[in-house]
Design a binder for this molecule. Structure first.
Ligand code: ARG
Length: 502
């Protein structure tokens, strides 16, 4: 393939270097110096993986040293340079096609050509794939932590409002009474799956491609498991061509984030609608006002949370489009894939944190909700259920209650049901039902109490749901902590190996 010959070496300045043994060598810069230089470069966007690249370089150098691949003193020189480069930061890097090339150039600038040994037995292809996984895994943990915070906020409000009745809606129309607690648990439950998806994705992100080199492995006797362990990966992606090429981990993480964001967009939409109806009021800190209409308090943060799901969907689409049809092995298209994943994780994590704060501080208007709970004959299903329990086929009961609703001029009362019963069943309501039971069925509070099937809104059922969801949150929080601890342990082990050499 013409024009593809330049491997992973850095050196985008094209300057001369002092070779080992005092011989001047020209660091060739045959390509990427022309008008397309900026277009080719991912250096600015690579700031995101600067720290990752330093870590990956360190682990690789430690492993090369352990395997006897480096000459005496090389590891300590290179690791010393990396320390200084890390301290100086991404902004101090020399020009380069990307962060990998720029760091290598900076190492060579500091220690001379021996610095070029850092890139032994690897390629930027396995290097970038490793950096992306290294960085994205902590970003995904942060997103999971935000989701866990949102779940905690929802569950706390749900416990507080376990018995606050409210109208539940289908098609945006009042449908059946439920409780604020039951409603909020519905989102805590969905967010539990969203968290689970993120943690699942984490398991597949956290595998090391390092050592795959360009895609075909290397003749050097490297230890891929060792670099994987030093970098906190749970294992390696074995097939070198797959390891260098695969970006499904970006897609999977972004898709999981999009699912989370889509869940939150529903919650946000509800809060916007409920604010409008006076059912809930977001705290001032989560609202905004109008520059012209002085009376306005708008739930803008929730609208932005709602919109973030659009950004996340765009991220998924962008990744699918960039990745679709890419041939094996590495293609530069991949450079344009990762910003979509990082952009999505940032947007969704922030939106999740904001949503958690809005939920934690929102005021539920108990009286307004209770009054609204019976508006629109939301207890109709309960009456039909009661008739069905008394032996009337449910479809007939449904018809009877529908008739009463159709005929009633105001809120449906026992008398309306009685007239409908005479018409549909040929006998009055009292022939089938105890009047007290009818009164209860028409009362939203009693209606909620009666629905104590598994997962229902009755206090007992809701208490079970709440404790299961609480336990789930704690289990997930621990799962995240375990992963963070494992990463910290690996970082400390790498740090020890580095400090033994510098
Ligand atoms: N900046 C590149 C990327 O993000 C790094 C890999 C470059 N590899 C190559 N063969 N050109 O994908």
């Amino acid at each position: 393939m013409p024009g593809n010959g330049r491997g992973g070496s850095g050196g985008n300045e094209g300057g001369d270097e002092r070779g080992e043994g005092g011989k001047d060598v020209v660091r060739r810069d045959r390509f990427s110096g022309g008008p397309a230089r900026g277009f080719l470069s991912s250096l600015a966007a690579d700031e995101r993986i600067f720290g990752a690249d330093v870590a990956v370089d360190r682990a690789h150098v430690v492993m090369l040293d352990e395997q006897g691949i480096l000459a005496d003193g090389d590891a300590s020189a290179i690791l010393g340079a990396l320390e200084a480069i890390e301290t100086a930061g991404h902004g101090a890097l020399p020009a380069g096609e990307d962060v990998h090339a720029a760091i290598e150039t900076a190492v060579i600038e500091r220690v001379g050509d021996r610095g070029g040994r850092m890139h032994t037995a690897r390629s930027r292809n396995d290097e970038v794939a490793t950096c992306l996984r290294y960085r994205l895994r902590t970003d995904v943990l942060e997103a999971a932590e935000a989701a866990i915070e949102a779940r905690r906020a929802l569950l706390e409000a749900a416990a507080e409002h376990a018995e606050t009745v409210m109208p539940g809606f289908t098609h945006l129309q009042p449908a059946q009474p439920t409780t604020v607690g039951h409603y909020l648990c519905s989102y805590a439950s969905a967010l539990a799956r969203d968290t689970e998806r993120l943690l699942d994705a984490y398991g597949r992100i956290n595998r090391s491609p390092l050592g795959a080199a360009a895609f075909a492995g290397t003749p050097f006797e490297i230890d891929r498991e060792r670099t994987a362990a030093l970098l906190g990966f749970d294992g390696v992606i074995e097939n070198a061509m797959d390891a260098a090429s695969a970006r499904d981990f970006l897609l999977e993480a972004t898709a999981a984030l999009a699912a989370l964001s889509t869940t939150l967009s529903g919650l946000a939409e509800d809060v916007v609608v409920f604010s409008n109806a006076g059912y809930v009021e977001v705290d001032d800190a989560y609202a905004s006002t109008s520059s012209i209409m002085p009376q306005k308090k708008n739930p803008d943060t929730m609208e932005l949370v709602r919109a973030t799901a659009g950004d996340a969907a765009a991220g998924v689409n962008a990744l699918l489009s960039v990745l679709k049809g890419l041939p094996r092995a590495y293609n530069r298209d991949l450079q344009r894939a990762h910003p979509h994943a990082f952009g999505t994780v940032d947007a969704v994590t922030e939106a999740t944190t904001v949503a958690a704060g809005a939920v934690a501080t929102a005021e539920w208007r108990t009286q307004r909700l209770e009054a609204a709970a019976s508006e629109g004959f939301t207890t109709a299903t309960g009456v039909a259920d009661l008739l069905a329990m008394a032996g009337v086929p449910f479809r007939t009961a449904h018809e009877l209650v529908a008739l009463a609703a159709e005929r009633a001029t105001g809120p449906v009362e026992a008398a309306d049901l009685d007239a409908a019963a005479r018409e549909v069943l040929g006998s009055g309501l009292e022939a089938h039902l105890d009047p007290e039971a009818v009164a209860d069925a028409l009362d939203p509070v009693e209606s909620v109490r009666s629905r104590d099937s598994l997962g229902g809104p009755a206090p007992g059922a809701l208490a079970d749901t709440l404790s299961a969801l609480d336990a789930g949150v704690e289990a997930d929080a621990e799962a995240v902590r375990d992963r963070r601890d494992a990463l910290e342990d690996a970082a400390a082990a790498l740090e020890r190996e580095v400090s033994r050499r510098v």
